[in-house]
Ligand binder design. Structure first.
Ligand code: SF4
Length: 202
């Protein structure tokens, strides 16, 4: 459960959002987790030459319960799919996932019954990195783009500058006040009255 799940509905904390987005983006801890050849490139990315420590990411965690980023590095076999899903479910919120390479993103050249045709069939993916295998620079580019996305995340969806309400509804799924919300609002003529005794009557 992320911090945003504990906030009361309708509270806008733009500066807090920016600060938390900055802190989250600067302290992603990836799960130690590789499936195939792409994992070798992921390991190289974490080694000294490329130095993920620059982004606060050198701590690859051996337990999903201590990680908030899953880098799916390699093809996902049908046999492995439930395990990937279990590991993802064991990661605490908020969490993000990168599909590294064409196999994790789409199944790639393994267009057959044994390989899941894209890991987004089993977990939500935040960033796709193309290539076979993607070089460490490409993975780092995907990581930096994910950082930008995390920094821009909003606790409460709001229209972007210049965005029409129609586009905003389509993007965020926001439907506007629902009948129950309207029924719960104070009605005209039903304002609270303060009685002489100091009691409040609806
Ligand atoms: S994308 Fe290429 S390097 Fe990565 S797992 Fe598939 S075949 Fe291997």
């Amino acid at each position: 459960m992320g911090l945003e799940a504990r906030l009361p509905d309708g509270i806008l904390l733009t500066s807090v959002e920016k600060f938390i987005g900055w802190a989250r983006a600067g302290s992603l801890w990836p799960a130690t987790f590789g499936l195939a050849c792409c994992a070798i490139e992921m390991m190289a990315t974490g080694a000294a030459h490329y130095d993920l420590a620059r982004f606060g990411m050198e701590v690859f965690r051996a337990s999903p319960r201590q990680a908030d980023l899953m880098i799916v590095a390699g093809r996902v076999s049908q046999k492995m799919a439930p395990i990937v899903r279990t590991l993802y479910d064991q990661m605490p919120e908020p969490k993000w996932a990168i599909a590294m390479g064409v196999c994790a993103s789409t199944g790639g050249m393994f267009n057959n019954y044994a390989i899941v045709q894209g890991v987004d069939h089993i977990i939500p993916v935040d960033m796709y990195v193309p290539g076979c295998p993607p070089r460490p620079e490409m993975l780092m580019d995907g990581i930096l783009k994910l950082h930008e996305k995390i920094r821009a995340e909003q606790f409460v969806p709001r229209p972007r500058k210049g965005e029409s309400m129609e586009d905003f509804r389509r993007r965020s799924g926001w439907q506007g006040p629902q009948p129950d919300d309207i029924a719960a609002m104070p009605q005209p003529g039903g304002l609270h009255q303060v009685l002489g005794s100091g009691q409040v009557r609806a």
